[in-house]
Design a protein around this ligand. Sequence first.
Ligand code: PLP
Length: 381
Amino acid sequence: MPSLSKTILNLEESGIREIMNLALGMEDVIRLEIGEPQFDTPEHIIEATSQAARDGFTKYTANLGLLSLRETISNHVNNRFNLETSWENVAVSVGGVGAVSSLIRVLADAGDELLIPSIAWPNYKMAIDCIDATPVFYKLDPNNDFLPSIENLESLVTPKTKVLVINSPSNPLGVVIPQKLIKELVEFAKKHDLFLISDEVYEEIIFEGDHISTLPYDTDGRVIGVFSFSKTYAMTGYRLGYAIGNKEIIKEVGKFQEVNVMNACGIAQKAAEAALKGSQDCIREMVAVYKDNMEAATRLMDEYEIPYQQPTGAFYLWVNIGCKDATVFAKDFLVQHKVAIAPGNTFGPEGSPYIRISLASKKEDILEGIHRLAVMLGKSK
Ligand code: PLP
């Protein structure tokens, strides 16, 4: 038998999925490892889903999505961020993950360098590894509120650097990048002639202040925003997201989607249209629950004196447990206390002393998980 692709054989598996797979094989586990809303998809979206199936949206669509959805998305982002996009600036993708991986494929070649945060969602590195390009980690320093530093970024740019990836609100840190820094990051990308992928899939999940999109600061079509229906509307299983960017880039994303997935599911696309056109109250209701979970969790952490990063967006708690190897800790915690959490080192080299707890789980599970964490760490109130 010939050998398999070295690129894929060398691909590191996501540490979150590793813990999830172990947890799925056990009984009575408290599941705090995965970033998945606890809510059912809102009823009017479910209704649109079944209607779409009956209306025949069971066929292929254009690679970049249904025209009606692309127009709806374009109107939505124009209103939300004061933009002047048209449907040609929209690529409907298979989840936010599909937009990120397509963009990395479209914007870079093997050997190019892409700047990604450490600490960050592991899929950026995996998508870069898949095309034999080089991920270059820029450090998010706890002493700088886990924000990107332009000075640090400057020191990492080489003639091979092609793309800067940013994520706000961020997974796993819950950090929201302020307006001034967003502008500086766009200027930095321009100064060094880089593309900027701005992952904004948690745009609606904000506990304090406002989400600042990178798109309005783009002056010459180098910024591509990534968005998703997964977290905003509790639609993770629909696998639907989108990219907003200049027409030339979006057209190439369509070409790559033809090879990779052809198009996102037509039924899911009609459901997404209903999500954007319907009442947005469901978002406010869900975010209120995440905020309540966050406040209850951080109160309990304070009582146990377990240090964490105060999140202002997304739905995670980044907890400093001071361990050497977070994967070993996560496995031991799962076996000994039946709680699944995400090990910090899966989010980049800087992540090892940390774990991530999902605040999108049920409140009683989150609090019980923290009580058991305190026992594991030998802490008492
Ligand atoms: N970007 C970030 C930062 C994420 O955390 C995730 C999922 O966890 C995604 C993108 C992709 O989500 P989806 O593919 O479900 O839209």
